[in-house]
Design a binder for this molecule. Structure first.
Ligand code: NDP
Ligand code: HEM
Length: 492
C-alpha cells in the first residue's frame, strides 16, 4: 500500500512539519513559513463554544426496531410496520458542569435521540427523568444560573440552588428524583430515558392523541450511592464515557425498550392535573405503558468532535405523525435549540454529517458560513418559480389543534390543577424501599447542609415546608438530619 503524503490543508505535500523556517541555523523565524502559521492558527481555533447546558457528554450510533404496531396512533413512517429499522444517533450528558466536569456529578442525565427517518430527522431530546424542575421556559436562564458557578466566588453554590428551588416549589418532584440514587446513575447504560414533555401523535385519519415517551433500560437500573459517586469523581472522572465506549467496542450493545403512554384529546380536556405540565407524570395506572420498539446502540463514532461535539439535537425536529403539545416548556425549547446551534456551530449546522438528513432536503435556503452541500448549485433560489420540480405536498398538513382561552402572560398559578407540587413527589417517596428512602434523605441532608450565609435559616425553613407537604415523614427525617428546629426558625 502506498503511504499517504503529508500535505497542507490546501493539499500541498511538504516536509517541514517540526522545524520552523529560520534565517540561518540560529536565526529568527521567517514570516514566509506559512506552514507554521497554518498549524498555529488552526490550533487556536480548535475550540468551539461548549453547549450552554449539557456540555459533557458521550454519543453512539445504533438502530431502532419496531416491535409492536402503534399505527392506530401515528402515521410516522418510522413506526409503519413491525420489524422496521431506523438508524439513530444518541447523546447522553450531564447538565450543569463544564465540558471537563465529572461524569458522576449529581445531575439529571441528558438522553437525546436522533432518528434518521425518511420524512426527516426526528429528535427526542429528553432526560433520564420523567419530569423537570420548572414548567415555564421564561424561568430557564434563572434556574440554570443557580446550577452554574457563583458570579463572585466562581464556585458551585448550594445556597443559590436551594434558594431557587425553595422559591419554586414546582421543582420539588424533580429535586426528589435528583436526590435519590437515580441522580447519580452508574454510567449511561443503566438508566431510563424519557421524552418528559407531552407530545402529539397523529394517525392516517388525522386524529390526534397526546403521548409521553419512555425508554426503559434493558440493562436494569443501576446507580451509585452518594459516597460511591464522590469516590468515582476522585478516581475516574470519565467513567461513563469509558463504560459506554468499552461495552460497545466489545460487542456488548446496550438496549432500551421504547414505550408510550397515550391520552385522548377528550381525556386531556377533562384532566384535573394539567397534562401539559412537565413537572408532573401521568400515573401508569391511568395511562399504561404501551410497547413500541427496541433501541440498540452498536457503533461508537470514529471521531468524537466530528459527531458528538457537533451533534445538534432540537425538540423542534418533529416528523409527520408526531407533533407538539401546548406544554409551555416545550414551546420555549422549540425556539431555543436551533438558536443555540446557529451560535455554537454556525448557520449551516444541519449540513454537518451527524445532523444531515440522509434522505432528502429541498428548500430555498442559500449561502452562509461553511456552506458545503453544493448550495443548491444552479437551481432556482426562490419560490414559487417556473423551473424546478419541488412541490408542496399537502398530505403533510397537520390537523388543527384546538386551543382556547384568553391571551395573558400570567395565568393563576394557584388554579386547580396547577398548584399541587406535592402529591406526586409524596407518591414517589412512598414507593421507595427503606434503603432508597434512607439514601435519598442522606443525599438531601448532605446537599442542604451546604446552604450558608445570612439567609440560611430562611432558605432551609422554606424548603423543609415543601418536604413536609410532600410527606410528613420525609420532612421530619430531613429536619432531624439537618438538626433544624423548624418551629423555632419559622417563627423568628
Ligand atoms: P408506578 O408505581 O406505576 O410507577 C412508579 C415509577 O417510579 C416506575 O416507573 C419506576 O421506574 C419509578 N421509580 C422508582 N424509583 C424511582 C426514583 N428514585 N426516581 C424516579 N423514578 C423512580 O406509579 P405511578 O405511575 O403512579 O407514579 C408514582 C410516582 O413514580 C410518580 O409520582 C413519579 O414520581 C414516579 N414515576 C412515574 C412515572 C410515570 O410515568 N408514571 C415514571 C417514572 C417515575 P422503573 O420501573 O424504571 O424502576
Ligand atoms: C441542551 C435549552 C429544557 C434536555 C440544551 C441546549 C440549550 C437548551 C440551549 C444546548 C443546545 C446545543 O447547544 O446544542 C433549554 C431550554 C429549556 C430546556 C431553554 C427550557 C425551556 C430541557 C428539558 C429537557 C432538556 C425539559 C429534557 C426533558 C436537553 C438535552 C440537551 C439539552 C438532553 C443536550 C442535547 C445534546 O446532547 O446535544 N438545552 N433546555 N432540556 N437539553 Fe435543554
Amino acid at each position: 500500500m502506498e503511504n499517504k503524503k503529508l500535505t497542507t490543508a490546501s493539499g500541498r505535500p511538504y516536509v517541514d512539519h517540526e522545524d520552523s523556517l529560520t534565517a540561518g541555523a540560529r536565526g529568527p523565524v521567517l514570516l514566509e513559513d506559512y506552514i507554521l502559521h497554518e498549524k498555529l492558527a488552526h490550533f487556536n481555533r480548535e475550540r468551539i463554544p461548549e453547549r450552554i447546558v449539557h456540555a459533557k457528554g458521550s454519543g453512539a450510533y445504533g438502530t431502532f426496531t419496531v416491535t409492536n404496531d402503534i399505527t392506530k396512533y401515528t402515521k410516522a413512517k418510522l413506526f409503519a410496520e413491525v420489524g422496521k429499522q431506523t438508524d439513530v444517533f444518541v447523546r447522553f450528558s450531564t447538565v450543569g458542569g463544564e465540558k471537563g466536569s465529572a461524569d458522576s456529578e449529581r445531575d439529571p442525565r441528558g438522553f437525546a435521540v436522533k432518528f434518521y427517518t425518511e420524512d426527516g430527522n426526528w429528535d427526542l431530546v429528553g432526560n433520564n427523568t420523567p419530569v423537570f424542575f420548572i414548567k415555564d421556559a421564561k424561568k430557564f436562564p434563572d434556574f440554570i444560573h443557580t446550577q452554574k458557578r457563583h458570579p463572585a466566588t466562581n464556585l458551585k453554590s448550594p445556597t443559590m440552588v436551594w434558594d431557587f428551588w425553595s422559591l419554586n416549589p414546582e421543582s420539588l418532584h424533580q429535586v426528589l428524583i435528583l436526590m435519590s440514587d437515580r441522580g447519580t446513575p452508574f454510567g449511561f447504560r443503566h438508566m431510563n430515558g424519557y421524552g418528559s414533555h407531552t407530545f402529539s401523535m397523529i394517525n392516517s385519519d388525522n386524529e390526534r392523541v397526546y403521548v409521553k415517551f419512555h425508554f426503559k433500560t434493558a440493562q436494569g437500573i443501576k446507580n451509585l450511592t452518594g459516597p460511591e459517586a464522590d469516590q468515582m469523581r476522585a478516581t475516574d472522572m470519565d467513567y461513563a464515557q469509558r463504560d459506554l465506549y468499552q461495552n460497545i467496542s466489545e460487542g456488548n450493545f446496550p438496549k432500551w425498550n421504547l414505550k408510550i403512554q397515550v391520552m385522548t384529546e377528550q381525556q386531556a380536556n377533562e384532566a384535573v392535573v394539567n397534562p401539559f405540565d412537565v413537572t408532573k407524570v401521568w400515573p401508569h395506572a391511568d395511562y399504561p405503558l404501551i410497547d413500541v420498539g427496541v433501541m440498540e446502540l452498536n457503533r461508537m463514532p470514529r471521531n468524537y468532535f466530528q459527531d458528538v461535539e457537533q451533534a445538534a439535537f432540537a425538540p423542534t425536529h418533529i416528523v409527520d405523525g408526531i407533533g407538539f403539545s401546548p406544554d409551555k416548556m416545550l414551546q420555549g425549547r422549540i425556539l431555543s435549540y436551533p438558536d443555540a446551534q446557529r451560535y455554537r456551530l454556525g448557520t449551516n449546522y444541519e449540513q454537518i454529517p451527524v445532523n444531515r438528513c440522509p434522505f432528502m432536503t429541498n428548500n430555498y435556503q442559500r449561502d452562509g458560513y461553511m456552506r458545503v452541500d453544493g448550495n443548491g448549485e444552479d437551481a432556482p433560489n426562490y419560490f414559487p418559480n417556473s423551473f424546478d420540480d419541488i412541490v408542496v405536498d399537502q398530505s403533510y398538513a397537520e390537523p388543527a389543534q384546538r386551543i382556547y382561552g384568553e391571551v395573558a402572560d400570567r395565568f393563576d398559578r394557584n388554579a386547580e390543577g396547577e398548584n399541587d407540587h406535592f402529591s406526586q413527589p409524596g407518591n414517589l417517596y412512598r414507593i421507595m424501599t427503606d434503603q432508597e428512602k434512607q439514601n435519598t434523605i442522606n443525599n438531601i441532608v448532605a446537599s442542604m447542609s451546604g446552604v450558608e450565609g445570612p439567609k440560611r435559616n430562611e432558605i432551609i425553613g422554606r424548603q423543609l415546608c415543601h418536604w413536609f407537604r410532600a410527606d410528613v415523614e420525609l420532612g421530619t427525617r430531613i429536619a432531624q438530619g439537618l438538626n433544624f428546629d423548624i418551629s423555632k426558625h419559622m417563627n423568628s
